[in-house]
Structures are given as structure tokens and as C-alpha cells.
Design a protein. Structure first.
Length: 285
């Protein structure tokens, strides 16, 4: 069985290229989508595996002796039956393939009415969150929890309670080992923040959340995300095409939404499932 792997912009283009390479008709190809990628401004690609499936050969019919009468023998009548038609091409797509947005990268896209309000979509309902206000006592409890984890890990890091805004308590980390808690692109810091909030939710159950910042990483990251969002928004407005950012955690998606909340002619919303949820920057009339 002949098999090739082809990468193209669409499944149809990949199927056509595979048929030409194998020298067969598209009707006898079995195509399986191996990978599908989606890039900025709708520049996507797909990689498929195509197999040439040969139709089953019919056994050669033995010659029939001349009929003695005008009636045809049962075998002769069966031989004159219409030739079976090959089944149409079936493309096997991977399970849970994300739905594509029509017109992405080609025309202006209006924000979906079904999407939640970008300003509060990444958090709990606004009414519930507005009722939760962290206190200095909450800050001391969360900071003590962070120090407990740092001590268990034998890390030389100091934890200090910073500003308190709404339900969030910002905790600053500094010291000899603080750089280890940031990690590449803040991955370690994000993981520790997630762990702290999981423990705090079970231990205190008051709805208050901690945000961790080591070596001033959060501020520098916020500045970088704001600049990136503004730069891409300029391109979206100029080109009239929506753009999809890389996957971001919820609190970083909020930074992008906030940065572009007053940007004229631009709207933002999120799509996808965690941990691959992404911000879409779209032009509006």
C-alpha cells in the first residue's frame, strides 16, 4: 500500500498533491489529518497522511458455453450487472478538532454576541467578585502560607505582603533563590501561584486570591504584553483581519483585554479551552 505525508494550507490541497505524487485518483485515497496549526492572521497549515487504497479486483468470469435456447444463463445475467461504484473519499479528522472561524484572515470579523464580556470573562461573575474584598488579615494569612511553602522547599526567598486590590493580595518575592521561582517565561511562578490559591481556597475558603511577583517579573511582563497587544491591534486595524495570540493564562489574558479596552475600532474576546485558551483581537466597524 502506497503512503505519503503532505503539508499544505488545506486538506483539499493536501489531498490533491498526494494524488499527483502517488499517480492515482483522489477517489482511491484514504486521508488522515495528522496535525493542524493555526497562526497569526489566519496563516494555517495542515499535515495529512494519504494512502492509496486499491479497489478489490473482481475474479475473471469463466467463458460460458453457448446457450441452447434464447434464455440467458444465470451466470451470464450476473456478469451483465452494473459495475459497483467506488465509495466517495472519506477524510478522517482528529477527535475534537477545533472549529474554524469563517473569514479569518480574509475579511473583517464581528465579535460574537455569545462571548462573555471581555472585561470580566476570565474571572467569576462580576456581582460575586465585587462582594469580596481582601483585608490586611487576609494578606497576612496568604503571605504566611507562601512562607510555609518556601520553607518546605528550603529556598532562600523573602515573602512580603504588597498592595491589596479587591479580592487580590499581591505578594512580593525576593532573595537569593527568587530567580528559581520565576523560571522560563514565568512558568514556575505561575505554577506556585496556582498551588497557593488551591491551598488557600481549601484552608481559608474566603474567595481571596494571591498574585505572586518575583524579581519584579509581573510588572515587566505586563509592560511587554501591553506593548505586544497594542502593536498587533495596530496591524489588525490596518489589515482588517483578526489575529489570534498564543495561549495565555487567565490573568495575562486580562492584561490584554484591559490594554485594548479603549482602543478605537478593536474588540477582544477569548476562545478555546484551558490550557490553550487564546485572546482574539478583531476589527469592528
Amino acid at each position: 500500500m502506497q503512503t505519503v505525508e503532505i503539508t499544505a494550507k488545506t486538506v483539499q490541497e493536501a489531498t490533491k498533491a498526494a494524488a499527483e505524487k502517488l499517480g492515482v485518483s483522489q477517489d482511491v485515497l484514504k486521508v488522515t489529518v495528522l496535525e493542524e496549526t493555526k497562526g497569526l492572521f489566519g496563516k494555517s497549515s495542515v499535515r495529512v497522511r494519504a494512502e492509496a487504497v486499491e479497489p478489490a479486483a473482481s475474479p475473471a468470469a469463466a467463458p460460458e458455453p453457448p446457450a441452447k435456447s434464447g434464455k440467458k444463463s444465470p451466470k451470464a445475467a450476473k456478469a451483465e450487472a452494473p459495475t459497483p461504484v467506488l465509495e466517495p473519499l472519506v477524510v478522517e479528522a482528529p477527535a475534537k478538532e477545533p472549529a474554524k472561524k469563517p473569514g479569518r484572515g480574509r475579511a473583517k470579523a464581528e465579535p460574537k454576541a455569545a462571548e462573555p464580556d471581555a472585561a470580566v470573562e476570565e474571572a467569576k461573575p462580576q456581582e460575586t467578585e465585587s462582594e469580596i474584598l481582601a483585608t490586611s488579615t487576609d494578606g497576612e494569612q496568604l503571605t504566611a502560607l507562601v512562607r510555609e511553602l518556601l520553607s518546605a522547599a528550603s529556598l532562600q526567598v523573602n515573602a512580603k505582603t504588597g498592595e491589596i486590590a479587591g479580592r487580590y493580595v499581591n505578594i512580593h518575592l525576593d532573595g537569593k533563590d527568587a530567580a528559581f521561582l520565576v523560571g522560563k517565561h514565568g512558568e514556575v511562578l505561575n505554577a506556585m501561584q496556582y498551588l497557593v490559591n488551591i491551598i488557600a481556597g481549601r484552608r481559608f475558603d474566603n474567595g481571596v486570591r494571591a498574585t505572586l511577583d518575583g524579581n519584579d517579573y509581573r510588572r515587566r511582563r505586563e509592560d511587554a504584553l501591553t506593548q505586544l497587544a497594542t502593536k498587533i491591534a495596530d496591524q489588525v486595524k490596518q489589515r482588517g483581519e483578526e489575529a489570534v495570540l498564543d495561549a495565555l493564562p487567565a490573568f495575562e489574558r486580562r492584561i490584554v483585554h484591559k490594554a485594548l479596552s479603549n482602543y478605537e475600532g478593536i474588540s477582544t474576546y477569548s476562545e478555546g479551552e484551558e490550557p490553550n485558551r487564546r485572546v482574539v483581537i478583531a476589527p469592528i466597524d
